[in-house]
Design a binder for this molecule. Structure first.
Ligand code: ADP
Length: 546
């Protein structure tokens, strides 16, 4: 019954079915995947038909199984014929082409199945097995059709091997070599020997066996050269190998009890295997989706970056255009206020002073925008010099003293660095930072004091400037975000309506260019705040940036 050749044929069939399934599953939309799966699945059917032929007793059934084996061989030819056309360019053959080949196939298959004596006449029993007597004209037709399809496909594949280069050539070579090897042997044992001239049916089992070689070569090239896009191959192959192993064990089991145990094991393994393959497939699918999303995100990201760049450019142009006329307006306004154009009524002077104040705020906002666009375009220029930072902070405090007085705030300065606070930095930029911090302190403090302290940590070679106030304070959850663009704390606009939320962002960018740090500390709302700037003292660190 199930002798050694049939066991080998079963193994080959299972291997080819497994191969067909996973190639098709992973390459569902690819014509190459489809035709190669067609090729491999009919290699399996060929083997199964021949197993059936050898084991059934009924000659009529055996005859039809032999017919099925020849039909499988033709479809193998069709699969390979189209594979050789579509691989590797994935160009699907025209509908007309597919129709003509299908019509040719049906022209042979229909009479083959409708007339039991068409091609396969009858069966003769021999001590070594069954022999099918074939009709000569039909045999010639079959050989012609099969050669056109299969041998034609082989020739096309070899031509492609010669014409291609690189990895494509290696992939094609693998397919061409394995299919030529298996195909020629298969044709010898299953076409030439059983022909009406030789009538030798003893080795018909060996043809499908060689297809095992195709399966292993293709699997190898999948691993080695990514012949098909298969990533779940390991899980699937492993599962199929396990099924096959248990199937063979079941078939070879000496007694029915063991056979039943093995069959149950096989069922359990099939169920678990299906779950395993499904979950691996799902994971691969979601990874593939993720890859697509990541690509889309990348595109969106670069588009956003481009838009951001254009926005900065626009901002820079627009603010530059605004700055000039505004400076002119402010110049004239100050001359009017000074009385250079003659005396004017007190009421009008009051209004002009308000306009002058507002134009000052506008200038500041425009300057902030210009700074932001320079930072974003990477075009901020730094003019590095060595100077004493304590005198700079002192200068800023003195400059803002009138403003503090106007708001009834006590603004003080403490120098705790014993004249050792040399920094190598851009003077104007540091001035801008400290001015902004002290100015902010005056804006966000309704009553009380503001204190600017300069300290030095000689061990760490760091200079620390602290601007503390007894003002509105900052909520713990808001502190970290304040240094982002356009971010203002809750309630800030109630006390300072002119704020833009850009000053701290600009300050942080500038401090970081100086290899320093800036942060805010506060015990909470209404508990005052401290802004700290740390800068490396005049050392190699700072000099490098110059
Ligand atoms: P602006 O003051 O123009 O709003 P900044 O970037 O200078 O922009 O400040 C951002 C925010 O940080 C302010 O809106 C305010 O909420 C908060 N802030 C800055 N300095 C202080 C301070 N000394 N006390 C309390 N909050 C402050």
């Amino acid at each position: 019954m199930l002798d050694l050749p049939n066991i080998f044929l079963s193994i080959t069939a299972v291997c080819n079915i497994g191969l067909a399934i996973f190639i098709n599953r992973r390459n569902r939309k690819s014509p190459t995947g489809f035709f190669f799966a067609l090729f491999t699945i009919f290699l399996a059917f060929w083997a199964i038909a021949l197993i059936g032929y050898s084991i059934v007793d009924d000659h009529f059934v055996a005859l039809y199984l032999m017919k099925a084996s020849y039909v499988s061989a033709l479809i193998i030819g069709v699969g390979f014929y189209f594979f050789s056309i579509v691989y590797p360019n994935e160009k699907e053959p025209s509908k007309l082409h597919q129709f003509v080949i299908t019509a040719l196939l049906l022209a042979f298959i229909i009479p083959l199945f409708f007339f039991s004596t068409f091609f396969t006449k009858f069966i003769v029993e021999h001590p070594w097995g069954k022999e099918t007597i074939l009709g000569l004209p039909e045999y010639c037709l079959f050989v012609g059709l099969f050669s056109f399809l299969f041998v034609g496909g082989l020739i096309r594949t070899w031509v492609k091997v010669l014409r291609s280069v690189g990895i494509i050539r290696i992939r094609l070579l693998f397919v061409a070599l394995s299919v030529t090897f298996a195909g020629l042997l298969g044709m010898y044992f299953n076409l030439y020997l059983p022909s009406p001239f030789l009538q030798d049916f003893r080795y018909i089992w060996s043809g499908p066996l060689f297809t095992f070689f195709i399966a292993t070569t293709i699997v190898y090239s999948i691993f080695r050269f990514k012949l098909f896009d298969v990533r779940v191959i390991t899980a699937e192959l492993f599962t199929f190998a396990l099924w096959m192993f248990i199937l063979v064990q079941t078939l070879l089991a000496p007694d029915p009890k063991q056979q039943i145990t093995n069959a149950l094991l096989l069922i359990a393994t099939i169920i678990i295997g299906i779950f395993l393959i499904r979950s691996v497939n799902k994971e691969v699918d979601s990874r593939e989706k993720l890859e697509v999303l990541a690509k889309k995100l990348q595109t969106a990201n670069s588009r956003l970056r481009e838009l951001d760049r254009q926005k900065s450019e626009f901002l820079s142009i627009a603010t530059h255009q605004l700055r000039g006329p505004l400076a002119g307006i402010r110049g004239h306004l100050s001359l009017i206020i000074d009385g250079s154009y003659g005396k004017m009524p007190a009421r009008a002077k009051e209004v002009i002073e308000k306009i002058f104040f507002s134009s000052g705020l506008l200038t500041q906002t425009i300057n902030d925008f210009l700074d932001v666009s320079r930072i974003e375009q990477g075009s901020m220029q730094y003019d590095m010099k060595t100077f004493e930072c304590d005198s700079l902070v002192k200068e800023v405090v003195e400059e803002l003293q009138p403003l503090a007085k106007e708001r009834n705030l006590k603004l003080s300065f403490a120098d705790e660095c014993d004249g050792q606070c040399t920094v190598h930095a851009d003077y104007a930029k540091l001035r801008h930072i400290f001015f902004n911090l002290v100015d902010n302190a005056t804006k966000y403090t309704e009553k009380g004091w503001i204190k600017a302290t300069v300290k030095k940590d000689p061990k760490k070679k760091i200079l620390r400037v602290e601007i503390s106030d007894s003002g509105i304070g900052i909520g713990k959850d808001e502190i970290a975000g304040l240094f982002e663009k356009f971010v203002r704390a809750r309630g800030a606009s109630g006390i300072n309506i002119h704020g833009t939320g850009l000053g701290l962002y600009v300050a942080r960018e500038m401090v970081e260019v100086h290899k320093g740090k800036i942060w805010a500390e506060s015990e909470g709302k209404g508990k005052g705040s401290t802004f700290v700037v740390e800068l490396p003292t005049s050392s190699t660190e700072a000099r490098k940036t110059s």
